[in-house]
Every structure is written in structure tokens, then in C-alpha cells.
Design a protein around this ligand. Structure first.
Ligand code: HEC
Ligand code: HEC
Length: 379
């Protein structure tokens, strides 16, 4: 027995990057505030799986699919032998481990594809030109969460298997995945990746990295730093999502006392009621003449919540009972639900004062987009 290179460097890098992206995606899945990080982990995972599918044919002996094509039944039999404490030692992947790998590749593909559909639908952040409705996006989100749960189960099973194996055969399998070495007899095959394919893959990774940085990554970086698109020289300007319908007259007439609340934040019936009562507008008389009132109403109604593809508009509208006609965005159930965890003291901060002062916490309130990345709680 002597140390033999079993896991080639790309296989090891793949393994740990996949573990990191999966962990990162789980940690960032709780709040929409970390959505960009979450999506980044997802795209990384997708790229890694793409690599592994090629490496399964071009990698070193033990990385090739042909070296661990075990049937699910033999995988189960192996688990039984493990429980009984007399499982055979494999230099490469054992039958149970190989099932975990195939499952993780399939589930990883499913989780990233459903994630991309969720992003395209719910957040209207199109990737690869995919555009879905908000409600379709929500359906994919259910699937996305279910697949992620399954994947976690397989990961836990995989880690448990590695622990039991390491104990049974008195070797540190996790360490082998770092050093690449395992003790083997001299006649075992050696891991030798195809040089040419490795070179082409390495070049592809570098080219992709450059592309990613210049064409894709500059946006998340600006977003993370709170910069406007392509405006690194203008700090503290929020990331603003897809541009919404705008109207100069509306901005002028409805944006003087407070921010001009975008029409997509309330349904048509609310705008009609609000504009019909313009002389008693929350204690103020707007004093609009009939043509102006009509022009503003047309803009408000044309772009009301039920006609918008934005997540917030969709959810505000859905949260309302048909008989409810709120005059305040801050009285809609969705708004209340989204803001109920904010402590009372924060509402009284001098920079906030009113719940209607959306701009105090949402840097894109004027644009009406309310992107997760543009949120910044005042201190
Ligand atoms: C003369 C000042 C003034 C003008 C002009 C004005 N508003 Fe208001 N608006 C107010 C005040 C005051 C409130 C209550 C703000 C608060 O509770 O902090 C308010 C609140 C609102 C709210 C409810 C915000 C919430 O709590 O969710 C909406 C919606 C609204 N205005 C729409 C409009 C529209 C549409 C126009 C243009 C047609 C307009 N406002 C023009 C003074 C004004
Ligand atoms: C004191 C700060 C504060 C103010 C003022 C405020 N919000 Fe928010 N808002 C938040 C926070 C924090 C969240 C995130 C809650 C979460 O993590 O789910 C949020 C979430 C939202 C969301 C959901 C975003 C998403 O996609 O998940 C919308 C829409 C929204 N706010 C609209 C408004 C509007 C409209 C106003 C003004 C009428 C407003 N907010 C005023 C702090 C504020």
C-alpha cells in the first residue's frame, strides 16, 4: 500500500466549491435582502455542475462516471453492509456514494433551473431572456424550495456516509478530498485527466471569468455597493430596477408634499376613490381642476396594481379583500405584513417620522421599484 492520487485537482476544487455554493445559498435564502448573494451562489452551482458533467467523461480515472456506474440497488445493499459494519473498501466512489453524486447533480440542476424561473417570475429579474408572470414565478418557487429540501437531505446522507466510512476503514475521507491522496495497492489505476480537455476547460473558465466580471458581475457589485447602474462615480445612489411608467404631471402634482407614490402600489378602485376625494386628502385640499384631476387619474388607473408585473404590486393587490378600498398603501395587508417586524422606535426616527416616508428606507422609492437590494434601514 502507498499513497495514490485518486482525486485530481479539478475534482477537488469542484467538490469544495459546490459545497460552498450550496451552503452559501442556504444561508442567504432566509431574507430577500441577500437575494443577490443567493442568486450568485445559484449561478456558481449551475456552472460547477456544467463543469462536472464534462469532467465525468474527461477527468481522471476516479472522476469519470464510467468508474462509478453503480445501480441504485447496489447502493442500498452497500448502505446495509455499512450498517452491519462490513462494507468493502473502495478506492474511488463506493456504490452508495455514487448514488449521492448522481442525485446531487440532478437535484442541483433542478434547483438552479427552478431558481432562475423564480427570479424571472417573482422578481422580474430575467436571466437568459426568460420572462414569466409573477404567479408562474411563485409556482416555480414552491418547486425550488422542495428540491432544495431534498438536496439538503442527500447532503446530510452523504456527510453521514463519509463519517461512517471513515470510521469503518480507519481513514479520513474528508482529508483525501483535500489532499487527493488515498492509500492503495500498486496495481490500482492512477488518476490521469485528459490533458487537452483540461487545457480547453481551464481556458473556458478563464474566459468565462473575464466575461462574468465585465458583463455580469459589475451589476451585482454596483448593487451591493448601492450604486446606480454604470455609475460607480455616484456613491449612495440606490440600485433601481426595471424602469416603470412615468409621467411629468403626476410627479409635479403628487410629488410635492411626499414622494410620488407609484400607481402600481394601489389598485384602480383606490385611486378612483382617492382622486374623487381630492379636497379632503389626508387633511389637505389638493385643489386640482377637473382636467388635471382627470389626466392624473388616467395615469394612476392605467398603471394600477392589477396591471403591473411587479412583485410588490402583485402581492399588494392579492392581499386585499375585494370589498376593501384602502386609501393608504400603508393600510394594505401586504404592506403591514412586510413592515410588522420594524420596531416602533424606528418609525419615530427623525429621518423617518411617517410610515408614508418610504424613501427613508427604500432608496428606490421615487422610482417605485422597491427592489430588495435598494433597502437601507436608517440608523
Ligand atoms: C398638499 C400636499 C399633498 C399633495 C399635493 C398630495 N398629497 Fe398625498 N398625502 C398628503 C398627506 C399630508 C398625506 C398623509 C401622509 C402621512 O400620513 O404621513 C398623504 C398621503 C397620501 C397617500 C397615502 C400614503 C400611505 O400612507 O400609504 C397616498 C396614496 C397619496 N397621498 C397619494 C397622493 C396622490 C396620488 C397625489 C396627487 C394627486 C397626492 N397624494 C398629492 C399630502 C399631499
Ligand atoms: C422604516 C423603514 C421603512 C419605511 C419607512 C418603509 N419601508 Fe418598506 N420595507 C422596509 C423593510 C425593512 C422591508 C423588508 C422586510 C423584509 O425583509 O421582508 C420592507 C419591505 C418592503 C416591500 C417588500 C419588498 C420585497 O420585494 O420584498 C415593499 C413593497 C415596501 N417595503 C414598500 C414600502 C412602501 C410603499 C413604503 C412607503 C409607503 C415603505 N415600504 C416604507 C422598511 C421600510
Amino acid at each position: 500500500m502507498k499513497p495514490v492520487l485518486v482525486w485530481d485537482i479539478p475534482t477537488r476544487l469542484f467538490h469544495w466549491l459546490m459545497a460552498a455554493s450550496f451552503l452559501g445559498a442556504w444561508l442567504s435564502s432566509e431574507s430577500d435582502q441577500w437575494l443577490s448573494a443567493h442568486a450568485f451562489c445559484g449561478y456558481l452551482l449551475l456552472g460547477l455542475i456544467g463543469f462536472r458533467l464534462i469532467w465525468g467523461f474527461a477527468g481522471g480515472y476516479y472522476a469519470r462516471f464510467s468508474s462509478f456506474l453503480h445501480s441504485p440497488l447496489s447502493g442500498l445493499a452497500y448502505v446495509r453492509q455499512m450498517v452491519a459494519g462490513k462494507a468493502k473498501r473502495y478506492i474511488g466512489h463506493n456504490p452508495a456514494g455514487s448514488q449521492a453524486i448522481f442525485l446531487l447533480l440532478i437535484l442541483g440542476l433542478a434547483v438552479t433551473v427552478t431558481g432562475i424561473f423564480t427570479l424571472s417570475g417573482e422578481e422580474q429579474q430575467a436571466s437568459f431572456g426568460i420572462r414569466l408572470s409573477v404567479s408562474l414565478g411563485r409556482m416555480f418557487k414552491e418547486g425550488h424550495e422542495a428540491v432544495a429540501g431534498l438536496m439538503l437531505l442527500v447532503v446530510v446522507g452523504h456527510i453521514a456516509g463519509v463519517a461512517v466510512e471513515s470510521y469503518l476503514h480507519k481513514e479520513n475521507l474528508a482529508r483525501s478530498m483535500i489532499t487527493g491522496l488515498k492509500a492503495a495497492s500498486v496495481d490500482e489505476p492512477i488518476s490521469r485527466p485528459y490533458r487537452l480537455v483540461s487545457l480547453i476547460l481551464a481556458l473556458a473558465v478563464v474566459a468565462f471569468g473575464i466575461w462574468w466580471f465585465f458583463y455580469a458581475l459589475h451589476q451585482p457589485i454596483e448593487k451591493a455597493l448601492g450604486l446606480q447602474e454604470g455609475a460607480i462615480s455616484k456613491p449612495n445612489v440606490a440600485f433601481v430596477g426595471e424602469k416603470l411608467a412615468d409621467n411629468a404631471r403626476w410627479r409635479e402634482e403628487c410629488g410635492s408634499c411626499h414622494i410620488a407614490f407609484h400607481p402600481n402600489l394601489l389598485p384602480e378602485r383606490s385611486w378612483r376613490k382617492l382622486m374623487a376625494g381630492q379636497e379632503h386628502h389626508f387633511g389637505a385640499d389638493l385643489g386640482l381642476d377637473a382636467p388635471t384631476n382627470q389626466a392624473l387619474l388616467t395615469f394612476l388607473v392605467t398603471n394600477a396594481a392589477e396591471r403591473s408585473n411587479r412583485e410588490a404590486a402583485f402581492k399588494i393587490n392579492r392581499s386585499l379583500k375585494p370589498e376593501a378600498t384602502p386609501l393608504r398603501i400603508t393600510e394594505t395587508p401586504y404592506w403591514i405584513k412586510k413592515h410588522r417586524e420594524i420596531p416602533e422606535a424606528d418609525w419615530r426616527l427623525p429621518s423617518v417620522k411617517s410610515r408614508a416616508n418610504c424613501g427613508a428606507c427604500h432608496q428606490d422609492a421615487e422610482a417605485g421599484t422597491f427592489e430588495d437590494g435598494a433597502m437601507q434601514m436608517p440608523r
